[in-house]
Design a protein around this ligand. Structure first.
Ligand code: F6P
Length: 571
């Protein structure tokens, strides 16, 4: 970290010392949530609190807000300098203070011809140069020009990566299944559990498989281990079938045809044995969890094609412009971020549910967990001072309606407030009918019913009116006033998926600025990684290394060693 770069970034404003925070504290103290009453008193409430960002139709009206709260939240944004920080991010200033880096995922989706300077160099031409290289490569795989070592076209791409080098690609690949080219599939290997690579390669034909090793740093233990396992699997299988011989030149030719890489560290790619000509670069100003729209999305470009990927990037850009240009009172990401602060800091909400009513978005909550929690799970601010209030909430979720039959009980009637985002699209990917009933309509009826039930609940009198026995009435009452935001879009297109991701990126940014934290570092994942390296020899039987561990860890390792050994003997 360069101290000079820290010096350039002004100290964060302590949000809790602002006039807006005091106003919000007073408003919360006097707030008597009554969504039923508020809607009854103001028939225009839904319209007034519904906003548009690109193709996203966002209804905030079922949140615990009124005009005064919204005004104070916008004032809070102004008083903590959200506009200045946002502009600094878009301009390429080094707002990732603890790593001394610019934060420019927004430049990845800037159109050709735009200018964003980092240390005096316009990065947009480089972005488009790499994009063209990725597009050219993907075209060759898709049209069969790129062939495996035995001359067969590629049928499966396997992305090997973890965290931001996995979660984005796999989430988008699932979300855009209907756009995947017929005859091509992608798989994603991430976990260092050997089960992952073993299962994902078990039924693959090495002659038609292409591995994409995706790692920003190209040092990540999981990814490099899995890449070596995949390389071993490929070479072994090709030799066994007689496709290649034992010569080193045979091996390197096979690797050249079956391995490409994506990284910011192209020297390390070469050390691994992948030809730098088959590597796609990106830059340290792209955070791992913000990188699906960089070359990290190469598996997506292969599966979806350049046109869909361009639409995907255009979707991000639409929301970037909205965030950059819209006054905060109508700015969807800013308001959603501020609402999260409202619930986190004034209601003590420790978790936030994201509930896609779109099966294709089934990995979206998992993707958001890294985006939001690796970004905002911090206890110190960007100047090193302790935070003055709670920060990052736990994000979680599952697609509706599955979640309804699992955990919604707690959201409806539990003791804690869990703000929830409901997401749906109007056009189904697979329009099916059940005896004349449009199943997508049945599905969306659940979305609408759930958000209404959470907002308006069911009173004891309403329960009694149904003839319920008095002793059961309390169990069947729904308090209501459980806040939700409804996000709808016309269809799950590549652009809409890009818009959704950018929406949450900027929500996360907004929260981070209010809390004064560096949302772009991730020092909290380092300690466990370092300890794993120290523990590895002990797990492998090194008694001296074992003796250095704490008693609990020693006990666990001894249990593991004894169990593993006895199982091996029994087999
Ligand atoms: O978990 C920490 C982390 O650094 C993430 O931020 C990142 O997305 C992931 O590891 C993978 O890193 P890399 O792309 O360098 O392999």
């Amino acid at each position: 970290m360069s101290l000079a770069s820290v010096g350039r970034m002004s100290a964060p404003v302590d949000a809790t010392t602002t006039a807006a925070w005091r106003t919000l504290t007073g408003l919360k103290a006097g707030l008597e949530p009554d969504l039923r009453g508020w809607f009854a008193a103001d028939p225009a409430r839904a319209e007034a609190f519904t906003l548009t960002a690109g193709d996203l139709h966002v209804d905030l009206s079922k949140n615990l807000i009124d005009d005064a709260v919204l005004t104070a939240l916008v004032e809070l944004a102004e008083q903590v300098g959200l506009a200045e920080r946002r502009d600094a991010m878009f301009a390429g200033e080094k707002i990732n203070v603890t790593e001394g880096r610019a934060v420019l995922h927004t430049a990845l989706r800037d159109p050709d011809g735009a200018e964003v300077l980092v240390d005096g160099t316009n990065v947009v031409p480089e972005v488009h140069e790499v994009l063209e290289k990725v597009y050219g490569f993907a075209d060759r795989v898709r049209n069969g020009e790129w062939r495996g070592i035995t001359g067969k076209p590629i049928a499966t791409v396997v992305n090997i990566g973890i965290g931001g080098s996995d979660l984005g690609p796999v989430m988008v690949y699932e979300a855009l299944q209907p756009y995947v080219k017929a005859g091509l599939t992608a798989r994603f290997v991430s976990n260092i559990d050997p089960t992952d690579v073993a299962q994902k390669t078990a039924d693959l034909d090495p002659e038609t498989t292409l591995f994409i090793v995706a790692s920003k740093t190209f040092t990540t233990l999981e990814t490099l281990t899995n890449a070596r396992l995949a390389r071993g699997w490929l070479l072994h299988a090709l030799k066994r079938s007689g496709a290649i011989g034992d010569a080193e030149s045979d091996e390197s030719e096979a690797i050249a045809k079956h391995f490409v890489a994506v990284s910011t560290a192209l020297d390390k790619v070469a050390d691994f044995g992948i030809d730098p000509a088959n590597a796609f670069g990106f830059w340290d100003w792209v955070g791992g969890r913000y990188s699906v729209d960089s070359a990290i999305g190469t598996s997506l470009v292969v599966a979806l094609g350049r046109d869909s990927f361009a639409d995907f990037l255009a979707g991000f850009h639409t929301i970037d412009r909205h965030f950059a240009e819209t006054p905060f009172g109508q700015n969807v990401p800013a308001l959603m971020g501020l609402l999260n602060v409202w619930y986190r800091n004034f209601f003590g909400a420790a978790t936030h549910a994201v509930l896609p009513y779109a099966q294709l978005l089934h990995r979206f909550p998992a993707y958001l967990q890294q985006l939001t929690m690796e970004s905002n799970g911090k206890s110190v601010r960007w100047d090193g001072s302790p935070v003055s209030t709670d920060t990052g909430e736990v994000f979680w979720g599952e697609p509706g309606t599955n979640g309804q039959h699992a955990f919604y009980q707690l959201i409806h009637q539990g003791t804690q407030l869990i703000p929830a985002d409901f997401i749906a699209v109007a056009q189904p990917a697979y329009p099916l009918e059940d005896g004349g009933t449009d199943v997508h309509e049945l599905f969306l009826a659940n979305f609408f019913a759930q958000t209404a039930a959470l907002a308006f609940g069911k009173t004891a009198d309403e329960v009694r009116a149904e003839g319920t026995a008095e002793e059961i009435v309390p169990a069947r009452v729904f308090s209501g006033n459980r806040p939700t935001t409804s996000i709808m879009a016309p269809a799950l297109t590549p652009s809409v998926v890009g818009q959704l991701i950018a929406l949450y990126e900027h929500i996360t940014f907004t929260q981070g600025i209010v809390w004064g934290i560096d949302s772009f570092d991730q020092w909290g994942v380092e300690l466990g990684k370092q300890l794993a390296l120290k523990v590895t020899p002990a797990v492998g039987g090194d008694e001296a290394a074992l003796a250095e561990q704490d008693p609990s860890t020693q006990g666990l390792i001894r249990y593991y060693r004894a169990s593993r050994h006895s199982l091996r003997t029994a087999r």
